[in-house]
Every structure is written in C-alpha cells, then in structure tokens.
Design a protein around this ligand. Sequence first.
Ligand SMILES: [Zn+2]
Ligand SMILES: [Zn+2]
Length: 339
Amino acid sequence: MVSAKATGYAAGVVGGPLEPLAWTVPTLGGHDVRVAVSHCGVCYTDIQAIDDFYGITTFPFVPGHEIVGHVEARGSAVSELEVGERVGIGWQGRSCGGCRWCEQGEVQLCYDIAETGTWERHGGFADSVTVDASFAYRLPAGMPSAVVSVLMCAGISVYAPLKRYAGDGPRVAIYGLGGLGHLAVQFAHALGYEVTAISSSEAKEAEARHFGADHFILTADRDRLRQSEFEVDLLLCTAHGGVDWQVMIDLLEKRGRLVLVGFPEMSIWSRDVVVHEVSITGSFTGNHATMNEMLSFAHTHGITPEIELLPMADVNDAIRRLKEGSVRYRIVLANDSSA
Ligand SMILES: [Zn+2]
Ligand SMILES: [Zn+2]
C-alpha cells in the first residue's frame, strides 16, 4: 500500500546544505508512476539549481535527476509499465502534452519546461519520485543500475547533439572532461567522429584517449590551440565556466557549430562568428525517441560512465567534491538497500 511519507535530502534555502526532509507522497495521477529510487547521479545542474542559478527553484528543494529505480505504483491509465519493473528517469518528468512542441514529440521544448523537471516537486535524492510514466524509460537488461543512471542526464545531453549534428562534418571537439565530457568522448568515438578532447587537466590525457579521443589538447597550450584553427566541425562545450570563447570560435571550421550543453557564462566577440559564419546553439536533454535510441546505442557500443558510488546520506560530500572538480567522473548516490 501507499506509504504516507517520502523522505529525501532537501536544500531549505538558496545554496543549501541538503538536510533530511519528509513529505507526503503525491497522489498518483492516471498517467503517473511512483518509482522507488535505487540510484541517483549527481549532476552539476543540481548544484546550480540549489543555488537558484536558473531562477526557478522553489524551496525546500530536493535535487536529483539521474535516477534508476523500480516502479512501485502506477496510475489507472498506465499500461506500458509493470509494477516492479526497472526504469530510468532523467531531468524531465512530465510535459504539458498540448503545446506545439509536445504535439511534435519534442517534449524537451515544451513551453511549460520550467514546471516539467523531475525534481518539481521532488527529485531523486529521495526514496521515491513520481513522474509521468512516459518519462520513465525501460532500461536495457545487463546495464548495472548505478552506471546507467548517469546516462539519463549526462548521456542524453551529449548524445542528442552529437547525433543531430553528425552531418556537420567528421571532426568533433569535446571541451571539458567531466561527467558529460567523458561520455561525450565515448559517444563521439562510437558514432565515428574524429575526436579531440580539450581539458584543463594534463592528468586526463591518458583517460581521454582510453575513452576514445584521437587527439588531446590542454587549454593552457595556446600554441597548439592556435595551430588548430579551422580544424573542428562541431565543438561540444560541456564546461560550466572558464571558457576562452575566442579561442573556441577560432577552432571551428567555417560554418562550424558550437553547441552548449552546460550553462557557462558567455561572452563572444561577434567578428569571427559573422565572418566565419559559425553557428552557436544550445542542446537540452532529448525527446522520448532519442532517449530510447541513446540507451540502446550505449548498450550496443559498451558506453560506460565511470562512477564513484556513495551512500545517499553522503550527498553533501558529493556536492562538495563536484564543486571542487575532484570527481572522476560522476558520483552516483545509492539508497541503503542497494548500496
Ligand atoms: Zn543533469
Ligand atoms: Zn508542452
């Protein structure tokens, strides 16, 4: 039967810290499922939301949107998922269903996007979450839950643009080698790109090559970056900050494309954007079809997030380490029963 309370970790105020919180389990709508969370990855977006960087956070706020768990209960209209089935849930947990973008299946562009987050109200740093069943994805058997959780946000965030813009040309650069970047290198390699990894950390070169990078450039190596002018068709920026945009634009081939998948501060001199006719665009999670395709592709090609597994109760340590930049490459929190 329905347990009256859900529990998790919430930021009570802007900036946190996260503290234990209990709340009444939401009543299931006809199309909802409630999922008992076994694992949840920690994404930089969680930190930015705790800091109300996006201006949409309501407190107390339970973050967490790289979720794997088992269906615990389902609404009366849900037939596609069985109770007990393992599912993954990403950033988006619902959509309005009626806007022009939802009608086209581009649910990630829903006009009500700010209200569609899985963490609205409450996210995966908890014992259960409630979402629309269409946003709970059946997972390939054989992929460990702790590992596959990371694909639900980091994976889809990088796979979607790498797939969408594959026609731009064969040379991709991945800027930043964190949770998103280390997966982007793997996906890009498996998609057949010639991959350049760009990182501020010399220590990551061997790992970048292990993930499938053909080339590695240190952000401090200005000579090498200058020599690489026009050598990139598609540049995927996964960094949260500290980007030298002029240098990045100069890497792009004429009519090349810069895709942002994180939310760094941005300042760009228009000259080379205009003269080189480059495009700058964002990419945000993915629709249902792309999510299912990404999961299948990752399974087929052995795309494997590198994780550190911690108990859910260590969530504040996880956030501190992510802020420090010392995570290789994703922390996944596990609830006690599955740690
Ligand atoms: Zn995320
Ligand atoms: Zn919509």
